[in-house]
Design a protein around this ligand. Sequence first.
Ligand code: FES
Length: 247
Amino acid sequence: MMQDNGRPGPKTPVTFKILRYKPGAIDPPRYDTFQVEADPLMTVLDALEEIRAAHDSTLAYRHSCHHASCGTCAMKVNGREVLACVTKVLEQDSAEIVVEPLGTMPLVADLVVDMGDFARRYEPAGLSLLRPSEYLPQAQTPAGVAEYTRFESCIECGICLSACPVANTNANFIGPAGLAAWYRSWQKEDNPWAKVMAAVDSDCGVWGCHGAMECTAACPSQVAPGDLIMYLRREVVKSKLPWQRAM
Ligand code: FES
């Protein structure tokens, strides 16, 4: 049954098919179907909140900021990894929206995955958040603030890991975010080259990447991890050439 959600603007009926499953539960995986009246501003996260409030309070999903900053609402919408909080329902141009959890990482319940797998691959680079190379000299700062500091763009949403065809089949592959972090940590001189080489010069590192660039295409934060993997691969090759610098 559809309910008026009280939001302004014309409404378009949309069917949501949501994958439901909790590992270890008796019930096998299934798709539950819900009808939602979508207005032009409604996001997929808005729709999930409406479904949870009006139809099924057991639906599990994660969110926090509602503005593409925290990375917690990442999921698959019609087969594509997105941030649900900034993905407009009607912009999917489909009367049916299929919502599923991210891939690669273990499922916790419904649309929630265990991000520990993402952290396991990403954290060894030890990347700090500051990115001092991105100071904007033209920026106007408030009184008492000398300059703004640019932070790393990665919001650790896990979308790149889910979209990566290699990570989906190789649990030991460092993955897009992890390899991008190793490259950034070397650029920033947080990690010496010998440490970076020891971490990435293998089939579970830069040589495991197939160059599909699904990670760069899916990244909602313009980190372009696939590009950074290619830069890192180039540095690995250069460092092995006898006439190149000693690192
Ligand atoms: S809720 Fe924070 S990124 Fe979507």
